[in-house]
Write a protein that binds this ligand. Structure first.
Ligand code: 5AD
Ligand code: SF4
Length: 482
């Protein structure tokens, strides 16, 4: 396992190994030499700062980057005023890109005063050729650029960045490789994301993910189980299984396994108390999965099931492969099997050609389902996707007005669902001391609602019973009970 490897025992005078992950450990050992030199010269270890944009997949990737940087001797900094700054970018909507461009401007100013600083960019946005062109033209101060497919090569790329000046760009179009057993530094001791698959084959017409994350690749079940067993030994009680479409997990493995079968195996791991997963695609959600959820003691009472639109016509244009009726029927089936399940969703407003009537269908589904929470997005045109070339893009003022109405409805439903829980005693995993009030701790219920209650740091990582006393719309105030 990775933490049993002693970097000092690696002979870096030899040629690097060709096999992974041994090759990356060799480069980590090399980087560590560089870090030692830095320390000798400056009387301190170099520090790094990572900024993650976007989804939980990216957050998990950043833990991998952090793991490697810490392994080679870097220490974490609190801000971008650091020796090494890495932005792990997202490109799912245009505003994610804009945030990165804005912050690069600030980094440039800081780097002018601290020329030894290194700046790296990685993640989904780097998979776009236009972004790379723009970086080459206008952001020459960036030292390292890589994409989503070669993140496992970070140590090797870092070595090259130390050895040669100028911007190093290494972005791959795709890969079928999954490299296991690299270092990971987890943000929380008691919960962890676990990748079960990478990429997406669905090509929803608005979405850039299949282009920047590549085709679906599932990890082998034995690698996933081994990772979770190790996490459990380290004290992790909650795992979040991550994939763009976990419901199609395992189909392309040499020995196919279903996601439901994988869940059954994970359920058996001692020490793991809670299992979450995201994201599910409605078209692939099987009866077997519903059955496993209903039977399970550990799978949380929560399902995130992106709707995107309630209009069957728009769903067809989106290439979602289900219609309004099928979606509602699926919800009914799930509710029947798991009566008090919390349902959350993603909705896009203003997809090309969306009429008031189409939007009305979305509002109707929201009312019928009564989501516990929903992420609502304004459609963002992503170049290269089929939807970007569609006629009848919707004017901004119309979209904003619809978005406002949707948000209100979603908030109303969520508040109603939350209010109904008031007075109940729920199992809560305590996550942190409350940021605003040190006398409180904040925890999460199985259904993903948040509760604040009096308690101390000692409770962090424990699952406790909490009585929900007061509903504040999307969260609760409560008190510890037996
Ligand atoms: N515009 C707006 N929202 C988008 N999403 C994906 N692509 C776009 C886009 N082009 C949303 C979907 C998806 C979530 C992760 O992001 O709702 O489920
Ligand atoms: Fe994008 Fe659709 Fe794949 Fe989700 S399922 S990542 S929305 S293409």
């Amino acid at each position: 396992m990775y933490n049993e490897i002693d970097l000092d025992k690696i002979d870096i005078s030899k040629e690097p190994p060709t096999d992974e992950p041994a090759r990356q450990y060799y480069f980590m050992a090399k980087c560590r030499e560089w870090v030692r030199e830095f320390e000798k010269k400056n009387g301190r270890r170099p520090c790094f700062f990572t900024q993650t944009f976007g989804c939980q997949m990216n957050a998990r990737d950043s833990e991998k980057l952090t793991g490697i940087l810490e392994q080679i001797g870097y220490v974490q900094a609190e801000s971008e005023e650091a020796d090494f700054v890495i932005y792990n970018t997202c490109t799912v909507r245009e505003n994610a890109n804009n945030k990165v461009w804005g912050r690069l401007g600030y980094l440039n100013t800081y780097k002018k005063a601290h020329p030894h600083m290194k700046i790296a960019l990685c993640g989904c946005m780097m998979q776009e050729p236009e972004v790379i062109d723009k970086l080459r033209r206008s952001y020459p101060f960036v030292d390292l650029v890589f994409g989503t497919h070669n993140i496992y090569k970070f140590a090797e790329l870092l070595t090259r960045t130390f050895e040669q000046p100028g911007m190093l760009i290494d972005v791959w179009k795709g890969t079928d490789k999954i490299v296991e057993k690299l270092p990971i530094e987890r943000k929380y001791n008691f919960k962890s994301g676990v990748n079960v698959m990478f990429g997406c084959n669905n090509f929803c017409s608005y979405c850039i993910v299949p282009y920047v994350r590549g085709r679906e690749r599932s990890r082998r079940p034995e690698d996933i189980l081994e990772e979770i067993e190790k996490l459990a030994r380290d004290g992790v009680v909650e795992v979040m299984l991550l994939g763009q479409n976990v419901n199609s997990y395992g189909r392309n493995l040499q020995e196919p396994v279903s996601f439901a079968q994988l869940l059954r195996q994970i359920e058996k791991i001692e020490g793991i108390e809670r299992i979450r997963f995201m994201t599910s695609h409605p078209k692939d959600l099987s009866d077997e999965l519903i059955e496993v959820m209903a039977d399970s003691r550990k799978i949380c009472n929560h399902l995130h099931l992106p709707l995107q639109s309630g209009s069957s016509r728009i769903l067809k244009e989106m290439n979602r492969q289900y219609d309004k009726e099928q979606y509602l029927a699926l919800i009914a089936k799930i509710r029947k099997a798991v009566p008090d399940i919390a349902l959350t969703t993603d909705i896009i407003v203003g997809f090309p050609g969306e009429t008031e009537e189409d939007f009305g269908e979305t509002m109707d589904v929201v009312r019928q389902v009564g989501y516990d929470s929903a992420f609502t997005f304004i459609y963002s045109k992503r170049s290269g996707t089929p939807a970007a070339a569609m006629e009848r893009q919707i004017p901004e003022d119309v979209v904003k007005e619809r978005f406002g109405r949707l948000l209100k409805e979603v908030q109303k439903c969520a508040a109603e669902r939350a209010r109904a829980l008031t007075g109940r005693v729920e199992k809560v995993l305590v996550e942190e001391v409350n940021e605003q009030d040190e006398a409180l701790v904040t925890g999460r219920m199985g259904n993903n609602f948040i509760v604040h209650f009096p308690g101390t740091e000692a409770l962090i990582g424990r699952i406790v019973n909490v009585k929900l006393k007061e509903c504040k719309g999307f969260y609760f105030y409560g008190e510890l009970t037996d």
